[in-house]
Ligand binder design. Sequence first.
Ligand code: NAD
Length: 271
Amino acid sequence: MSDDVKVGIVGAAGRMGQMLVRQVTETPGCKVAGATEGSGSPHLGKDAGAVAGLGDLGVAIVEDPAAMIANVDVVIDFTVPAATAEHARLAAQAEAALIAGTTGLNAEQEESITRAARHVPVVRASNFSVGITLLLALTEKAASILGPDYDIEILEMHHRHKVDAPSGTAISLGQAAAAGRGVDLARVRQAVRDGHTGPRPRGQIGFATLRGGDVAGDHTVIFAGDGERIELGHKASSRQVFAAGAVRAALWTRGKAAGLYNMNHVLGFAD
Ligand code: NAD
């Protein structure tokens, strides 16, 4: 009898899903115990290991998330917003921990994750890399030191398949900058500029989005003052960093109380 943490991967045939199947398989102390895909996926019924390029693991990709989640200790979810909201509900019901990486959720879908966290440990992050976790802290600090004489602009680039914009990570960086200034991002956010925009309002936090190729994720936070400019940046060259962080978070949930956690908690940066 192994006491490996049993991990269920929803969306196991996706770009992140396949990466997660490989990462869990290669990480001591955990194993892939279940896998799902959305209805209509051509990968239903196939072995999750084979789809991820590993060879058979003896774990078929199934369609019913409830049955799969009932059988695992922790669910890792990098899928689509509506599915993530439903998976959060099912994880809470089955008392499985949840690692939620999907971005682009609306307020109601995000609330479904918050509700689940009343019953089980949930780690929620728009970016599971160690580097971005550090960049969030540096951005908040820089914004608090520099103040509103420095205009904040957040630039991001991702691969051509990404469906939400600005990226969840860019929004988290905006929230960190806003927190550093003691303001609410929703009140100062400028997500798009086009046409005759007039001059830049003081205190605004702007976003610019680039899409193309196979870029795993580039983010730059620019603090533009009079006579100088500070740029804090991060470039992910492989999705593996997100998968490694998510699996680290999955192992960390073992024995934890119900609650909404982020990567600061997992990495020991938070109290
Ligand atoms: P993808 O399109 O390659 O994969 C998503 C998978 O989910 C697909 O295989 C799809 O069939 C599957 N799916 C859809 N509905 C489903 C359902 N009801 N049940 C099970 N599976 C379902 O996308 P991706 O590049 O892997 O990204 C997925 C999400 O993760 C996006 O929101 C992306 O922004 C986010 N992401 C987050 C991080 C992070 O660190 N938090 C990093 C990378 C990507």
